[in-house]
Design a protein around this ligand. Structure first.
Ligand code: GLU
Length: 305
């Protein structure tokens, strides 16, 4: 049992306008923290310069405020923290865990064993077996990505909502990329460093990230960082059963705002979360006393047309 103050977080990727699925995660993460008088911090996951823009960050904050969700710190921008990730990367390098990977995308796919639970291919580790001479030669031709070597080891944890989950990192996941060939640090590295440095004790997010937890727990171990607790929410699915994506324009906040007020959207989400018995307008603050983990559904939710 955890003691001390709960610190939850919003960690949106500002690569476009938020959609209903992002609002769902943000609302429930906020309620999980506020219902135990916890704090909420905000981190803008804008590491990818090809996809993220400063104006999207500003928009995300306006949208959270519009919905009635607040946070306690000065927002943290991952794009400004490269040196912090570099330090963690060097630490892992010092432990002999990092190697350059020269595979192209096509080679990576060819070099992969069966797919892991989140549908991503398991890399077979071939660049980790190159000799020093082979590496030297390849360095002349290509800029490598950098992978971390994972152990043949079962990593288990209990999710607040989904229950026990475990993965053998080498078998189910494979050596994964911590730094891209263009120098951008990977999500898996940034997220563990930032959650620890921001004092986050509770991570609530979509179940599409459930299979990231073993990798994150293992990195936390290697870097001597504390573990937060994790709660993975069912996903909201489009009427045809697909996951919502930023390209689903009708579920994007700009479109929703033309049809609904903020309390109406919160009311729909609260009803989908089984916190209320009908989809009536309500504010996030009014929902605080109604939140409990026991009420939340575990299965994904298909939105009606
Ligand atoms: N930035 C990720 C997203 O918007 C969330 C990452 C996380 O919560 O760990 O999907």
């Amino acid at each position: 049992m955890r003691t001390g103050k709960t610190v939850g977080r919003f960690a949106p990727s500002p690569s476009g306008r938020m959609h209903l699925g992002n609002l769902w995660s943000c609302l429930l993460a906020w309620l999980a923290a506020r219902s135990v008088s916890g704090e909420m911090v905000l981190r803008l996951e804008d590491l990818d310069p090809d996809r993220c823009r400063r104006e999207y960050c500003d928009q995300v904050m306006r949208d959270l405020e519009w919905l009635g969700l607040d946070w306690d710190n000065t927002p943290v921008y991952q794009s400004q923290r490269t040196e912090i990730y570099a330090q963690a990367f060097r630490e892992l390098e010092g432990q002999g865990l990092i190697y350059p990977c020269f595979c192209t995308r096509a080679e990576r796919l060819a070099a992969s064993a069966p797919h892991r639970s989140d549908g991503v291919a398991v890399y077979d580790g071939r660049c980790g077996r190159l000799t020093a001479a082979e590496r030297e030669k390849l360095f002349q031709t290509r800029c490598p990505a950098w992978r971390v070597r994972v152990p043949e080891k079962e990593t288990a944890f209990t999710d607040l909502l989904q229950g026990p989950f475990s993965e053998n990192l080498a078998r189910d996941c494979g050596d994964f990329i911590l730094r891209r060939s263009d120098g951008v640090y990977a999500y898996q590295l940034a997220v563990v460093v930032d959650d620890a440095l921001m004092g986050v004790t509770q991570v609530v997010r979509g179940s599409d990230l459930l299979s990231s937890v073993p990798r994150q727990l293992w990195l936390q171990d290697r870097l001597g960082l504390p573990y937060p607790e994790y709660g993975h929410l069912p996903l909201l699915l489009a009427p045809d059963g697909r996951r919502l994506a930023k390209r689903d324009r009708d579920q994007e906040l700009g479109q929703l705002q033309q049809r609904y007020t903020a309390p109406e959207i919160v009311g729909l989400l609260a009803y989908a979360a089984r916190l209320t018995d009908r989809p009536a307008p309500i504010t996030p603050h009014e929902l605080i006393p109604l939140f409990s983990w026991e009420k939340l559904p575990k299965e994904d939710i298909v939105l009606e047309q």
